[in-house]
Design a protein. Sequence first.
Length: 191
Amino acid sequence: MPLNQGKPKKKKVRQPFIDELLDWLKPLCKTFVLVIIIFSFVARTARVEGESMEPTLIENDMLVLWSLGYKPAQGDIIACNCEGLGKVIVKRIIACGGQEINIDFDAGKVYVDGVEFLVDGIDNSTFDREANYSYPMTVPEGKYFVMGDNRQHSTDSRSYYVQFVDRDDILGKAVMRVLPLKKFGSLYPKS
């Protein structure tokens, strides 16, 4: 009698539909987890509300934000949590911590460290004084002074509702517009 002879081995009953379904679901689940990780720690999305960033961005534009290793800089378009308004807002950083901001509302000009801050392609006029802040003022370290590109129709750091934006409230730099598809692409000109 052969050594391995004994009880016959049971054959595994193959369930083709379930096996195929599992083969299909495994990569889908891995992709889903990867997307969750990316959009939690590396990049996020934000939607523009209102007219405060016109003409650069319009209402309902969907943006991709870069957050991994991001260091906010003057001129960047960011999305941030705004406790005073109870929502996420999209604005441009005008001045960073330690910089002096001065707004001449009679002339409609914004100055950072004595130099007029201009953004190409927008009306830089700033006549709307939302709060009774005294200018010039120095932006506290770890904070940012933000404004919308449509400065006459923007609730921003000039307002008591927004004031200075804390670094911890910044969700990331807006790097790309994904919707509407006809405007898909980078928000910054190539240097």
